[in-house]
Design a protein around this ligand. Structure first.
Ligand code: 2YH
Length: 283
């Protein structure tokens, strides 16, 4: 599992407006728009409520400890979307207590294993890996102006890839799974076959010799250079939640705006929108 470094997130807060524009070029929707699309929710209906919904970000010192700027960056993304967000003054259990005492509607916090959002009214939990996979699948759906009946290659079958593949199958895509550990891809195919039937899910054994025909890729690996140059075409669109980005500098130049990639923004936005969609008492 990838642990973000301060260097990965240093520029995020100051680049949110620019990233929002990039997303609009690639998907025709803003960061918020993609986050709503992730959960099939109506932006106009929900967006007016977000500035009354407070999400407190709790820094966590356990394990490998604080990542400098992590909580502040999550908070900046939430504020950019319009949420009433702040970082708690205290960390860990004291921070959780502080959020409850200050009547937060939700908290977000991350240790070395999980980054979660919790709605403090409904007790529902949203997981960053699941939300991120789903958000990038939603972005790919938008880039394809509808992914139904289109073939998508999912590279990386960990929690993010799994969640993204599931969303793509729900949207009616034909999904091919690839993982450098073939048994992981096979076991995911088996798992999905129960719900979606075996015919819409394929397995790819060799990424280099078999992947020329894909026009849509979800890249969800923690590895560099996973996309061979042979795969790049004018029609290829990639949604890439994987950190580090699996695309070389040379391929990035060829892809131009047919790529959506970030390290935190879409996942956090999707988590936040999911939290507000949970019913608030008094609604
Ligand atoms: O980056 C991570 C984990 N690898 C979980 C990622 C789940 N997608 N955690 C962030 C740790 C943050 C730290 N505890 C802090 O600054 O609060």
């Amino acid at each position: 599992m990838t642990r973000l470094k301060t260097n990965d997130i240093r520029e995020i807060s100051s680049s949110l407006a620019e990233y929002d524009l990039q997303l609009q070029t690639a998907t025709n929707k803003t960061l918020a728009g993609i986050a709503y699309h992730t959960w099939g929710a109506d932006e106009a209906e929900w967006n007016s409520r977000i500035n009354h919904f407070s999400i407190h970000v709790v820094p966590v010192t356990v394990g490998q400890g604080i990542i400098t700027d992590f909580s502040e960056t999550v908070c900046a993304i939430l504020q950019f979307l319009g949420f009433d967000s702040r970082v708690t003054e205290q960390t860990d259990s004291s921070g959780i207590a502080e959020a409850f005492e200050k009547k937060a509607d939700a908290i977000m916090m991350a240790d070395d294993d999980r980054f979660v959002g919790i709605n403090l009214h409904t007790r529902e939990v949203v997981d960053n890996s699941a939300a991120t996979g789903r958000a990038f699948a939603a972005a790919l759906d938008l880039m394809a102006t509808g992914i139904k009946d289109k073939s998508v290659l999912v590279i990386g079958c960990g929690p993010v890839g799994e969640s993204g593949a599931k969303m793509l199958l729900h949207k009616g895509a034909l999904v091919t799974l690839y993982d450098c550990r073939p048994e992981i891809a096979l076991s995911l195919k088996k798992k999905f076959s129960h719900s979606f039937g075996p015919t819409r899910i394929q397995i790819l054994d060799n990424l280099i010799t078999q992947c020329q025909n894909y026009h849509y890729i979800l890249e969800a690996t923690p590895s560099k250079n996973t996309i061979p140059v042979e795969l790049i075409s004018d029609r290829l669109r990639i949604a890439a939640p994987g950190v580090p980005l699996g695309i070389s500098k040379q391929n990035l130049d060829l892809l131009k705006d047919r790529l959506v990639h970030d390290k935190l923004e879409l996942g956090v936005a999707a988590m936040a929108v999911n939290l507000i969609l949970k019913k608030i008492p008094g609604d």
